[in-house]
Design a protein around this ligand. Structure first.
Ligand code: NAD
Length: 443
């Protein structure tokens, strides 16, 4: 099949590369010329495990191409995937500017039947708006061209995006058209061994499914953080509680890890967008608001613990920071808890010595050169001459530490762990003051 993908970010590039890899011919279009130039030169603009190899192989095979030309892009595929960003607007709603810009482009350039497949995360009703935008442009040209719009939300996770795309538990397609069903079936056929995996549903249900999935996952995290905060105050170990409840198959082990709050490009913005939708409908979404509020508080938790450990005197202190990305295996720092911590530390006059295996470039891009931020080459350098250590991301390489060595490095020696990587007893034996999440040691 010939497929066009608009947007070459985490979702667009993974979608394009994966679909090319199973034999489709794919043209990826982006308005960001620098990004397309880099891709054409074989450079991958984002860090995503396995993506570089996949893109290179499929570019070499000729099945994956890149362009900035909208005319070529629209002419190319019968399927026109929209995978552009939907960042939060000031009021928390999803900003549909990029999605509607693509819709207009398609409407302006389309000469034969197209299925416009919306992969971006968008509020319920967006498919109608995309349809109207396209129809308006087509009508303005005084031509008649048939097209359909369907919803195909994406559930991949950064860090395991390729595997998720290829082996995710379901592919959701919202459409009421038999023709679209057939074409989407053809598109995803290489990924479908179990017929139930491809779920057709109404467009509005498909659009809501994406928000519901993210809201449910965020709810699990905030719930567990609430329990962790109680555990801390009660002198109970939340890790034992986690095992105790996760063993119940109705609850399960996934997504019940307490921590320093969820971040990333999706959960925070999608929760806010869904809450905004509820507001517009005059429905007060109490649970969604609480999930967000608990998360905001959780993101402040590490700073609160550090401030207490230093009796409120953080001025001039050097805090080592392990992990900047919002989770391991990505360089993405959008809404990352590390940012809340760094910004609070800077406001209190402390300096940060940070290391992350992948997100250093992104951190420099976000914050530029500043005296109170030193980015170092590895985790060992980060703790050299530091007063305390804070762990924000559970990268594998942070899990094994010589605690006696760590104690020698840190002036206080305080470790505030936002990811519960270590055994409190072992840390205490080594003489470290260890403050994890919900492990009975609140300051
Ligand atoms: P991103 O910011 O990484 O990439 C978006 C890309 O779209 C950018 O390269 C940008 O230049 C390009 N773009 C903007 N306007 C364009 C236009 N008119 N034509 C062509 N390209 C254009 O975004 P992302 O993380 O890939 O997310 C895309 C969508 O997928 C969002 O709605 C997001 O919520 C959703 N989503 C993201 C993830 C994730 O883990 N990142 C997972 C599931 C769903």
């Amino acid at each position: 099949m010939r497929i066009t993908v608009f947007g070459t970010g985490y979702v667009g590039l993974v979608t394009g590369a994966c679909l090319a890899d199973v034999g489709h011919e794919v043209l990826c279009m982006d308005v960001d010329e620098a990004r397309i130039n880099r891709l054409e030169a074989g450079e991958i603009p984002i860090f995503e495990p396995g993506l570089e190899r996949l893109v290179k192989a499929n570019v070499e095979s000729g099945r994956l191409q890149f362009t900035t030309d909208p005319t070529d892009a629209v002419a190319f595929g019968v399927l026109q995937f929209i995978a552009v960003g939907t960042p939060p607007d000031e009021d928390g709603s999803a900003d549909l500017r990029h999605v509607l810009a693509v819709a207009s482009t398609i409407g302006e350039q389309m000469y034969d039947y197209k299925v416009v497949v919306n992969k971006s995360t968008v509020p319920v009703g967006t498919a109608d708006r995309v349809r109207e935008a396209i129809a308006g442009r087509v009508a303005a040209r005084g031509v008649e061209v048939e097209f359909d719009v369907c919803s195909n939300p994406e559930f991949l996770k950064e860090g395991s995006a390729i595997d998720d795309f290829a082996h995710g538990p379901r592919i959701v397609v919202g459409t009421d058209s038999e023709r679209v069903r057939g074409l989407m079936q053809e598109c995803y056929a290489p990924y479908i061994r179990l017929q139930e995996k491809l779920m057709f549903m109404d467009v509005r249900a498909a659009e809501l499914t994406k928000y519901a999935a993210n809201a449910m996952l965020a709810t699990k995290i905030s719930f567990m953080n609430e329990i962790a905060n109680l555990a801390e105050r009660l002198g109970a170990d939340v890790e034992q509680v986690r095992r105790g409840i996760g063993s119940d198959p109705r609850i399960g082990y996934q997504f019940i890890y307490p921590g320093c709050g969820y971040g990333g490009s999706c959960f925070p913005k999608d929760l806010r967008a869904l809450a905004h939708t509820a507001e517009q409908l005059d429905y007060s979404a109490e649970l969604l608001k609480a999930v967000e509020a608990v998360n905001q508080r959780q993101k402040q938790g590490m700073f609160t613990k550090l401030r207490q450990a230093f009796d409120g005197k953080l001025e001039g202190k050097v805090i080592a920071l392990w992990g900047l990305a919002f989770k391991p295996n990505t360089d993405d720092m959008r809404d990352a808890p590390s940012r809340d911590l760094m910004e609070a530390l800077w406001a209190a006059g402390a300096r940060v010595q940070a290391y992350d295996p992948e997100a250093m470039k992104e951190c420099r891009r976000l914050y530029g050169e500043r005296d109170d931020l030193v980015l170092v080459a590895d985790r060992i350098q980060a703790v050299k001459g530091a007063d305390a250590l804070a762990v924000c991301t559970e990268w594998k390489e942070f899990r094994t530490v010589d605690f006696a060595w760590l104690k020698q490095q840190l002036a206080l020696p305080v470790v505030v762990d936002g990811r519960n990587l270590f055994e409190p007893a072992l840390m205490q034996q080594a003489g470290l003051l260890y403050y994890a999440v919900g492990r009975g040691d609140s300051l």
